[in-house]
Design a protein around this ligand. Structure first.
Ligand SMILES: *Cc1c(COP(=O)(O)O)cnc(C)c1O
Length: 366
């Protein structure tokens, strides 16, 4: 029986060649390819500075550190995200404040942000859920007028724009990720983008043990980690980034096919993007089931080897966070999350595959 995973990377011969070329050099890490990846990324995201790192999570942690967020500070974010977003705040000893999303964008609700701001709020992390633009301009306005910095978790949004401006380029710092389920992959990896030279300098130090060149020698001048990306990973990321336009087109076509097959069913809500986002880079294809039990549908599809995902399982309902926030209730987040079903989504899906998946989804009598 054919298996349909939720996601699958698209690895071409050109990717393999790019990686093996690095393996034949002396520079497996801290070589020239990381720099090339960063330069190309600056072009794509239209930012002045880009700093490659070992994961999206490492990027979020360094972003908070560069903004000087400290123990005792509060960082406002959402629960409708992957745990990494919230974990990054805990990693540096700050307190995550999770607020609700708005129903339309599935991103942070501006009213909820306003209500959550205190004297301790130092930064906010805005997530573009499924690559769908949050109300980023409005959120930045609210934050900046309160002297609060903004990090854009654009880990699902590479290639997406809002008003012709790339997501990830709006905030003080943008963070991207290249795990194999993302639109492009470097195996593991991430990228920080900013137009602020000081933040960029901080990233370069923070990811390399806080060390800086002093003449021919290194001095450690700040705190730091090893959050570097290797040139092997960077080669894969760069090779994929060069094909981004083509990858996005293919993802759009797959999304359109799903849309056509599912649009007529009144109990399924297809993903809706704003007019500006119609050319989305589609991180995942998530439908919302109106009335019936999502988990039951998921079990039925799993029996047909069609893997589905609960995107997102709200972070505040995870056992680890439930202990810390036993009474936190986020109405939109909880309702929408309980309806969301991510369908298999990758470039190798044929028309027949999509037919088969939709046929089985519709057969569950939703
Ligand atoms: C993937 C992802 C991350 C984390 O990326 P990693 O590279 O896995 O650390 C963070 N936030 C969101 C919204 C993501 O989808």
């Amino acid at each position: 029986m054919k298996k349909y995973p939720l996601a699958k990377p698209d690895i071409q011969d050109s990717d393999i060649l790019a990686v093996t070329q690095v393996l034949k050099t002396q520079h497996l890490s801290r070589g020239p390819v990381v720099r090339q990846f960063e330069e190309e990324f600056c072009r794509v995201v239209q930012c002045q500075f880009a700093s490659a790192t070992s994961s999206g999570t490492a990027g979020l942690i360094m972003a908070l550190q560069a903004l000087n967020v400290k123990a005792g500070d509060e960082v406002i974010t959402v629960s409708f995200t992957v745990p990494a977003t919230v974990n990054s705040i805990l990693s540096i000893g700050a307190t995550p404040i999770m607020v609700d999303i708005d129903k339309e964008t599935l991103g942070m609700c501006p009213m909820a942000l306003k209500a959550a701001i205190t004297d301790k709020t130092k930064a906010i992390i805005v997530v573009h859920a499924f690559g769908k633009a949050a109300k980023i301009e409005e959120l930045i306005k609210i934050a900046h007028s309160n002297n609060i910095k903004v990090i854009e978790d654009a880990c699902e949004a590479i290639g997406n724009t809002l008003h012709n401006k790339p997501l990830g380029s709006y905030a003080d710092i943008g963070v991207f990720a290249f795990y194999p389920n993302k639109q492009i992959t470097s195996g593991e990896g991430g990228m920080l983008v900013t137009n602020n030279r000081d933040y960029y300098d901080a990233f370069e130090l923070l990811k390399n043990h806080g060390r800086s060149m002093n003449g021919d020698l290194y001095d450690q001048i700040s705190f730091g980690w090893n959050f570097r990306l290797s040139d092997i990973n960077a080669a894969l990321g760069l090779s994929q980034l060069k094909r981004l336009k083509n990858i996005i087109e293919k993802r759009q076509n797959i999304a359109k096919k799903y849309q056509v097959l599912l649009a007529d069913n009144s109990s399924i809500c297809c993903p809706i993007f704003n007019v500006e986002e119609i050319d989305s880079a589609w991180f995942v294809y998530v439908v919302r089931l109106k009335e019936h039990d999502r988990d039951e549908v998921m079990n039925e599809l799993n029996k047909q080897q069609i893997q589905c995902g609960r995107y997102f399982a709200p972070v505040h309902l995870q056992p680890f966070y439930r202990l810390k926030y036993p009474n936190l209730s986020l109405i939109n987040t909880e309702k929408i999350a309980s309806q969301c079903l991510a369908l298999p989504f990758y470039l190798q899906l044929s028309d027949q595959d999509i037919d088969f998946i939709c046929h089985n989804l519709l057969k569950t009598n939703i």
